[in-house]
Design a protein around this ligand. Sequence first.
Ligand code: CAO
Length: 415
Amino acid sequence: MKALDGVKILDMTHVQSGPTCTQLLAWFGADVIKVERPGVGDATRGQLRDIPDVDSLYFTMLNHNKRSVTLNTKDEKGKEIFTRFIKECDVMVENFAPGALGRMGFGWDKIQELNPRMIYASVKGFGPGPFADCKVYENVAQCAGGSASTTGNLDGTPMVTGAQIGDSGTGLHLALGIVTALFQRETSGKGQRVECAMQDSVLNLCRVKLRDQQRLQHGPLNEYSQFGEGISFGDATPRAGNDSGGGQPGRILKCRGWETDPDAYTYFITQAAVWKNICDVIGKPDWKENPDYAKPVNRLPKLNEIFGAIEDWTMTKTKFEVMDICNALNIPVGPILSMKEISEDESLRQTGTIVDVEHPERGNYLTVGNPIKLSDSPSDVLRSPLLGEHTDEILKDVLGMSDADIAEAKEMGAV
Ligand code: CAO
């Protein structure tokens, strides 16, 4: 048994944000029926291809454990079949440009009329307001959600981050909305509309930066490096380089080999509780009792000097030696791991966070498994479906269509 066994998801998602959401639901056991346009499919099947004519890694890594049915939802026969799917499924998920489902004739009113128990979940770039009709991709969301403005160096341009907080971040939020709505349906008996805007999800993940925006009204942000550097603050939360976003100052510091290895760095946090251990390990025992350094508040204006001294020490060690030495002393540090190092990490393979998957057309590839581990509902990662691989099977077992009905629908170009 899996947690979401028996839940049928009508998956109208494409690209990244929606597919991340439905992939999670599939890992938890839902039957995710991915509806794709005949002969075309999700655009990402063909994007960033590394092997000619084979589904891209972009697609395969976002669509595990799903079944694919082709269906032209703009065609009359296709609409009839789609209507039957709406009646049979528990949840519909989509992330088309605003209004696309309505243009097909399947707005929220229509869906409620067809199936009052259906949960209809959408990702859009923006919520209601001036930008509600805009198409949005990852980096637009990072920019509009406050992330880009607060990422990067103080003297540099706004910066997007490699973590897909706009797409995958919104997919995660939406998945939570869906299971919450399923839970409420247990008592209400009714479906509901679940909406997640990418701007809102990014902002939710940038919550601490809105915290700092308000703190600015009461004085400088003295844990930011620019405070110690004597650079005055403007009227908006500034970019803070690699400063820690929390109350314990931290920085990225060079480790042995940094001259040739772009990832020979560690993150080092000067947690107040272990300050004395830090002083000992970097060879500054006098800083333990010296009133200029002993208290966190006195250290804030001197972060450049302090991290300079720590870096003099980290540069004599590899990032893994820093990890071993500091963790034994309870000092929080973390190596900067490259994707190559992560892909070769045995412990991540053992927990199912990195998984090897066999695909009939591309062979073996690596993917990220379910990061959410349920003890009674473990996730097995199954390869993504080929375009329309399960069309006949789904039309038969979900809608009860006969072979003759299916043949007719195919002849009409509906599937
Ligand atoms: N049968 C027939 N038509 C289909 C179909 C099917 N099975 N599936 C999709 N279509 C149609 C849609 O109805 C739509 O047609 P209309 O424009 O005529 O109404 C069309 O295909 C394409 O939809 P789209 O406008 O969503 O696609 P796009 O490539 O132009 O835009 C994107 C992509 C991502 C910018 C846009 O979908 C969007 O803004 N989505 C919301 C925000 C979002 O999720 N962004 C994240 C993108 S990365 O995860």
